[in-house]
Design a binder for this molecule. Structure first.
Ligand code: OKP
Ligand code: ZN
Length: 352
């Protein structure tokens, strides 16, 4: 399958994140991409295509279908405003939140305060290269989706930074632009909506895809479904519960599978099978997979216990849907194994 990746990701290397009140080194590091590229090469997969020149205006207008303009403008200018108003040049991070939301946003918001209007945590630091990297990462997902529109059975976007925690107008958890949502929306827009009238977005990252859920929460044409660590115990805490089923027209078109910390292969695959049954019942014409491999037992931040043998199975079962599928990279932080776990899923899918 064709693979797209954004070489610009290398300019995005935030120095630190805050977690539990402590400054910690960031798990979402640039060498994750090298691990994946290396494993793909070892597995003899098609050469990944770098996303270099693309039409920024076109990508921006596609992104406006899933993010608010105010948020996209913020992301573009956050670093400059932050530094101009006295913020630490190491990177942009919220240190104040609006508290009461009764007054809307002020007309002119100080560059130091702006992050508080959009960031939901202190884990997605903005450095000078972040906006361009996020844009190229989103473009990789868009190109993978366009492959499917052109008739391919599958495509893979090796996205960095990841995207599933980015919502309509919020960001966090290493995510700035929602790459998978952009892939979904690209499929939906193809041929005036006629090519893929319904699309499923399956999120197998160990963390709940709160951004993806937010973007499609009121829509019936996109079924969002996520398997993840029970948010009562783990990040992102505020969303990912079973009771979140979608609202208005989207009621019934969001489905969450919070699973206990320590979940292993058997219980995971059982839940995945239920999720795939729900997707089949929805009857989509295509599927986008938010592919996180931080479910692995050896992952430094995920708290599931999947064995490395499970990933081929995951790929095979997803292939069982028989749908054109876009894989979009999310998490996976074991630098030694992230590459093979990802290629196991992709190869499992291809050689069903
Ligand atoms: C992003 B993705 C531990 C930091 C944990 C929050 C998790 C962000 C996950 N040192 N940071 O993989 O869903
Ligand atoms: Zn994750």
């Amino acid at each position: 399958m064709k693979t797209f990746y954004p070489p610009q990701h290398i300019e995005h290397q935030p120095p630190v994140e805050f977690w539990n009140g402590r400054a910690e080194p960031i798990s979402e590091v640039a060498v994750r991409v090298d691990s994946i590229l290396h494993a793909m090469q070892l597995a003899g997969m098609e050469n990944p295509l770098p996303v270099t020149q693309f039409d920024l205006a076109e990508t921006r207008s596609a992104l406006e279908q899933i993010h608010s303009r105010a948020y996209l403008d913020y992301l573009d200018s956050a670093y400059d405003h932050w530094v101009a108003d006295g913020g630490d040049p190491q990177g942009v991070m919220p240190f104040i939140s609006p508290g009461s939301r009764k007054h809307g946003l002020p007309e002119r918001l100080n560059g130091l305060a702006r992050p508080g209007a959009f960031a939901f945590d202190m884990g997605a630091v903005i450095v000078p290269g972040t906006a361009a990297a996020a844009l190229a990462s989103a473009q990789a997902a868009r190109l993978a989706a366009l492959e499917i529109c052109a008739g391919a059975a599958s495509a893979y976007a090796l996205c960095r930074p990841p995207g599933h925690h980015a919502g309509t107008d919020f960001y966090g958890g290493y995510c700035y632009l929602n790459n998978a949502a952009l892939a979904v929306e690209t499929l939906r827009q193809a041929k005036g909506g006629a090519l893929f009238p319904r699309v499923a977005l399956l999120d197998v990252d160990v963390h709940h895809g709160n951004g993806s859920q937010d973007i499609f929460y009121q829509r019936a044409d996109v079924f969002t479904i996520s398997l993840h660590m029970d948010p009562a115990f783990e990040y992102p805490f505020f969303a990912g519960y079973q009771s979140e089923r979608g609202s208005l027209a989207g009621e019934g078109y969001n489905s969450n599978y919070p699973l206990p910390l320590g979940t292993g292969d058997a219980d995971y695959l059982t839940a995945l099978t239920l999720a795939l049954d729900e997707i089949a019942y929805f009857g989509p014409a295509a599927c986008v997979v938010s592919l996180g491999v931080d479910t692995y037992a050896g992952d430094p931040i995920g708290k599931f216990k999947l064995s490395s043998a499970c990933y081929t199975q995951i790929g095979k079962r997803i292939a069982g849907l028989g749908l054109p599928t876009v894989f979009v990279q999310e998490g996976g932080y074991n630098l030694e194994y992230v590459g093979t776990l990802v290629t196991d899923v992709l190869i499992g899918f291809e050689v069903l």
